[in-house]
Ligand binder design. Structure first.
Ligand code: COA
Length: 311
């Protein structure tokens, strides 16, 4: 149980949009196939993690009304840092003029939820404000000749400001898991492109989403019917539909952006969260279930009680 209120949020997508029809001119596929098998219509490409993250974070800080010197820690969830070193978090920290610790966290597409749980521990440990970013630029590591992978990935960033709160706990329950024995189902070697066994990833993803969600809900002491909004990792609409059906949560409760973003890895949950918040889909006391899975294979879920910002 941790006390950390989300007081600012924002996202950023690169300008360049790649449509399914454009993909169909690059590989043997079609808009109909991609739409039916994934739910994706367009994705943004050409992004750089440090640039997208800096823009999203600056907007989230402005919304929260916090200045650079008030941020105590920056956590960047990413699996595609701009450079091997330094950490992209350090570059973003400098861009934003922060004077605090900063580090990258790599748990692939589960990274934002791993980051949320980590940030909450730091707040419980005494910090006042943590800036959490989820960002990935997958377009440089996509094999644009492989129709089995190039259709699903995109670039983006989402950021939130977390502030210590004296009110009721906001992180009610969580679950972090990794199954390294399935690491060869989805990987990218240094200097190489993404390799994915899509069908097997799909099967494991459904089970991981279910198991992580059930564990987080059990630890939070809540049931599926108590969940007001689900923020699932945006990889494939069929994975989300199947997982939610197994959990007994209506699909209408899911925040969805993948139609226009594709799978943006660590950015996908914050992109969907920001979209839901901007659409006023969240009210005081609502229970939000965030759940993701990804390379590793990692999975993560968190049940968050929504307390509106008070500034
Ligand atoms: N366009 C047209 N046909 C395609 C295609 C494409 N882009 N990609 C694959 N196909 C073909 C295959 O070659 C196969 O043809 P065959 O039956 O003649 O051999 C057929 O479609 C079915 O392929 P399959 O791989 O079984 O498709 P699928 O329904 O599993 O869909 C994915 C493929 C990648 C969309 C799906 O497996 C998926 O989304 N997996 C999870 C990926 C994921 O979530 N990754 C990120 C994890 S964080």
């Amino acid at each position: 149980m941790a006390h950390g209120r989300i007081t600012g949020w924002a996202s950023n997508l690169p300008e360049q949009v790649l449509t399914n029809d454009e993909l169909a001119s690059m590989v043997d596929t079609s808009d109909e196939w991609i739409t039916a098998r994934t739910g994706i219509k367009t994705r943004h490409i050409g992004g750089k993690v440090t640039e997208m993250s800096t823009r999203a974070a600056a907007d989230a800080m402005a919304m929260a009304g916090v200045t650079a010197d008030q941020i105590d820690l920056l956590i960047l969830a990413t699996t595609t840092p701009d450079q091997q070193m330094p950490a992209s978090a350090s570059v973003i920290q400098d861009n934003l003029g922060l004077t605090c610790g900063a580090f990258d966290l790599n748990a692939a597409c589960s990274g934002f939820v791993y980051g949320l749980v980590t940030a909450m521990q730091f707040i419980e440990g005494g910090l006042e404000r943590v800036l959490l970013i989820g960002s990935d630029a997958l377009s440089p590591v996509v094999n644009w000749e492989d129709r089995g992978t190039c259709i699903i990935f995109g670039d983006g960033a989402g950021a939130i400001v977390l502030e210590r709160s004296a009110d009721q706990p906001s992180l009610l329950g969580w679950d972090l898991m990794s199954n390294g024995d399935a690491a060869d189902l989805l990987y990218c070697d240094h200097g190489d492109k993404i390799v994915m066994l899509g069908k097997e990833v799909f099967r494991k993803a459904v089970l991981a989403m279910e198991s992580a969600s059930l564990n987080a809900m059990e630890r939070a002491g809540v049931n599926a019917e108590d969940i007001t909004l689900v923020i699932p990792h945006q990889a494939n609409v069929r994975i989300i539909e199947t997982s939610l059906k197994r959990l007994g949560i209506p699909f209408e409760k899911a925040a969805m952006v993948l139609e226009h973003t594709g799978n943006t890895s660590a950015a996908s949950i914050p992109l969907a969260l920001v979209d839901a918040l901007n659409q006023n889909r969240v009210n005081t006391g609502d229970l939000i279930l965030m759940v993701g899975f990804g390379a590793g294979m990692s999975s993560a879920a968190a049940v968050v009680r929504w307390d509106p910002p008070q500034n």
